[in-house]
Design a protein around this ligand. Structure first.
Ligand SMILES: *Cc1c(COP(=O)(O)O)cnc(C)c1O
Length: 369
């Protein structure tokens, strides 16, 4: 079945093979007589699905043994509260603001931490840059430092995580990697906690992934809801309460799909990284030489996953989007705070989808020159 190419920022495209397998198993998972949505989360069938998903994710992302993998709910926005509830110890929290999502995290943390400091901000540039870590004004004794490693709305990505120790801070680094998890390897030696909603690059909405270093568990504020206390969640293998079973299952199928991917001799996440670099380069190179389209983000800070672009003549936006849809190129409308278009090139987007988008953009530019 030939489906249109879906550029949604999230919930986003899921590999067709994953959807086909889920469809085939919908009524009867592996001869159990039950669909996955109908199983007890404590039964042996679902436990097997869960354990496989966790093991595959640990292997794919090379998560070291001293980190716990938690499957939670509430999305990235709930984590903006859950992280300070667990990690702030009512002390100072440092935040690097590089776009809408880290801005939201900063505001929410203020409700739980006694002090939240913006230690660097890209706001003056209109969120087109990542402030140089050497110039960050890190606090002494901060409970943690938060950043969003890929800003989904502004299209700004950290190409490298900061080494906080080298910058003179002992605080653990917290990253919101919602929109680029599994698109590239993670340097866990620089991370204390990473969180992300699944609906961008891992599967359906409803599942929130948290990867947390063990020594950060067990310090939740007394007001932290038990179901959101990382230690309680970890001690109960993410089954303190009913986990989002269907979303975990689909994410698990996606992990298997990721493990099977190859690109130029690489497999898994390395394969995805190569493919994602090639996809992003194809689109940015075209935009940069075009007379009609432009992208405002500094080249070193450009996201491989979310590529906002504007038309020099904004009055043609609607015509662009309508034509794109006719060509089988879906959900390209930009976020309202940035305007224009946004192409999200998550793992499920093949290079052919990017080629089709560039061909359409070329055609549209010629017609409207
Ligand atoms: C989508 C997104 C969120 C919000 O996730 P919800 O599941 O809607 O709460 C948070 N951070 C980033 C970087 C995102 O892309």
């Amino acid at each position: 079945m030939n489906r249109p190419y879906n550029f949604s920022a999230g919930p986003a495209a899921i590999p067709a093979e994953v959807l086909q397998q889920a469809a085939a198993e919908m009524l009867d998972w592996h001869g159990s007589g039950m669909g996955v949505m109908e199983m007890s989360h404590r039964g042996k069938e679902f436990i097997a699905i869960y354990e496989q998903a966790e093991a595959d994710l640990r292997e794919l992302l090379a998560v070291p043994p001293e980190f716990k993998i938690l499957f939670m709910q509430g999305g990235g926005l709930a984590e903006n509260a859950i992280v300070p509830l667990n990690l702030s110890r009512a002390g100072t929290v440092d935040v690097v603001v590089t776009g809408s999502w880290s801005q939201k995290s900063q505001k929410e943390a203020k409700r739980y931490a006694s002090e939240v400091r913006v230690v660097a901000s890209g706001e003056e540039s209109g969120f087109t840059t990542v402030p140089d870590p050497a110039a960050w004004q890190l606090s002494r004794g901060a409970s943690y430092v938060h950043l969003c490693s890929n800003e989904t709305i502004h299209g700004v990505e950290f190409q490298q995580l900061p080494d906080l120790k080298a910058l003179g801070s002992d605080a653990p680094l917290v990253i919101d990697f919602s929109s680029h998890v599994a698109s590239r390897p993670v340097d866990w030696s620089r991370v204390g906690l990473a969180f992300g909603g699944a609906q961008k690059n891992l599967g359906p909405a409803g599942l929130t992934l948290v990867v947390v270093r063990e020594d950060l568990l067990g310090h939740a504020l007394p007001i932290c809801p038990s179901a959101f206390d990382y230690k309680i969640v970890a001690d109960n293998q993410s089954m303190y309460n009913t986990p989002p079973t269907w979303s975990i299952y689909i994410a698990g199928l996606t992990f298997q799909w990721l493990k099977s991917q190859t690109e130029g001799g690489a497999t898994g996440i390395e394969a995805m990284e190569r493919r994602n670099m090639a996809k992003a380069a194809r689109l940015y190179d075209y935009i940069d030489q075009s007379q009609l389209y432009f992208n405002k983000v500094a080249p070193t800070a450009r996201s491989r996953m979310n590529i906002p672009f504007l038309l020099r003549d904004e009055s043609r936006n609607d015509a662009f989007l309508a034509g794109a849809k006719e060509h089988g190129l879906l959900q390209l409308k930009g976020h309202k705070s940035v305007g224009g278009m946004r192409a999200s090139l998550y793992n499920a987007m093949p290079i052919e989808g990017v080629e089709a988008l560039v061909a359409y953009m070329q055609d549209f530019e010629q017609k409207h020159a």
